[in-house]
Design a binder for this molecule. Structure first.
Ligand code: KG4
Ligand code: ZN
Length: 380
């Protein structure tokens, strides 16, 4: 899978020597017929390094995350090369931390899972190389998983998880997807953003308002103090049928409002908060209405919401309210499992390893979710 074999060998050697392994399978062998039940998950697709241990019998045993916010903040956004280097620095300490916290010896790990895409190419390669090296050293199977499948399955990390089928709204920094989900790996894409993803729109509008990276949470916090009705921004794509989204027009509408206001006077805190609130109201209204339509169209009675924007309080409240009015049950993971985390990758990997998948294939910057197949049926 790796496009840079020399670099990969070097990284492997470094990891193995740091772990005091000399390429010997020193730990318990997993015979082919044994189902891997305890999975170490590794997430490194963007600006968070995250590791977790998920156990099929006991659930999530431990998870740890290192955020690169401080690293990228001076640059106003994610710098891919810095992200890759930081993943290299942080993965090993995080693995040690979660194994320790889980009380899990390395030999109790039955398989490894890493994010194989979509995401930043260099960052993905670091996680893939690291996971495959550990798998080699520990003589364990390894599988590359889809980042958005990880997000989609995050609600099943919680004690009150839904039965299938469900409608999934996945709202992250790179994707806005509505998916009909029959089961793990059985996904029918109903709608997606034709331009900016929801999280990307939050981030760009935050930048317009002078907020620091990462913009989404900062914008949401500012919007808390804003007036809901001072700015009424357009609700894109609600005037036409279909379940696709578009957020770039909404972002442009905020830009014009900012320019208009700035022509009068510099933006003050009140105005910025009201603009943030106006934007958030419009974005949430669009997401909620598209969910309502998708539920009506599919007849599904359960909605799961995940991805970074799923941590947004106003969105959570709006969807819960909509669900209550329709008799639809709405499920979220806790906020820490809406944003990127290792637990969701461990869980997705658990399903795939358990079914016998051993796909340590190429990492992919782009990877449509509806190209996935149920565990055990995935090829490449
Ligand atoms: O899922 P995620 O952590 O990473 C990706 O896979 O992209 O999502 C990150 C996105 C960012 O755009 C971030 O600004 C947004 O989620 N986000 C939020 C909130 N928390 C994170 N957007 C709105 N409100 C929040 N509370
Ligand atoms: Zn994500």
């Amino acid at each position: 899978m790796v496009t840079n074999p020399t670099g990969t060998r070097q990284v492997r050697r470094k990891i193995l020597s740091a772990l005091n392994y000399n390429c010997q399978p020193v730990l318990k062998m997993t015979p082919d017929f044994e189902i891997p039940m305890r999975v170490l998950g590794i997430e490194s697709s963007c600006d968070e390094t995250a590791v977790a241990v998920y156990d099929g019998a006991q659930g999530l045993l431990a998870h740890a995350l290192h955020s690169q916010v401080a690293l990228h903040a001076p640059h106003g956004g994610v710098v891919p090369e810095l992200a890759s280097r930081d993943h290299v620095r942080k993965l090993l300490p995080l693995v040690r931390e979660v194994l320790n916290e889980a009380g899990a010896a390395p030999e109790s790990i039955d398989g490894l899972a890493y994010t194989a895409g979509p995401g930043l190419m260099g960052a993905l390669l670091v996680g893939a190389t690291f996971a495959q090296s550990l798998a080699l050293a520990w003589n364990r199977p390894c599988v590359g998983v889809h980042h958005m499948e990880g997000h989609l399955l995050a609600p099943w990390l919680e004690p009150h998880a839904p039965d299938f089928p469900v409608l999934a709204l996945l709202v992250s920094g790179g994707h806005t997807l509505l998916v009909a989900v029959e089961g793990v790996g059985d996904y029918r894409l109903l709608g997606e953003s034709i331009d900016d993803a929801a999280g990307e729109a939050f981030d760009k509008v935050a930048k317009l308002l002078g907020l620091p990276y990462p913009g989404g949470p900062a914008l949401a916090a500012l919007a808390e103090t804003g007036a809901p009705d001072r700015f009424h921004f357009p609700r894109p794509m609600l005037d036409r049928p279909g379940l696709d989204f578009s957020f770039s027009g909404l972002k442009t509408a905020v830009l014009y409002a900012v320019r208009e206001a700035q022509a009068e006077a510099p933006l003050d805190d009140r105005l910025r908060a009201d603009l943030a609130r106006g934007f958030e109201e419009a974005a949430v209204a669009v997401l909620a209405e598209k969910c309502r339509r998708a539920l009506a169209q599919t007849g599904l009675r359960r909605l799961v919401v995940a991805g970074g924007v799923g941590a947004n309080r106003r969105l959570r409240a709006a969807l819960l309210q909509m669900g209550a009015s329709l008799g639809v049950e709405v499920f979220y993971p806790r906020s820490a499992f809406c944003t990127d985390n290792g637990a969701m990758i461990a869980l997705a990997g658990y399903h795939r390893l358990r079914a016998g998948e051993r796909g340590a294939g190429a990492v992919r910057a782009r990877w449509p979710i509806d190209g996935l197949r149920p565990p055990g049926q995935q090829t490449g």
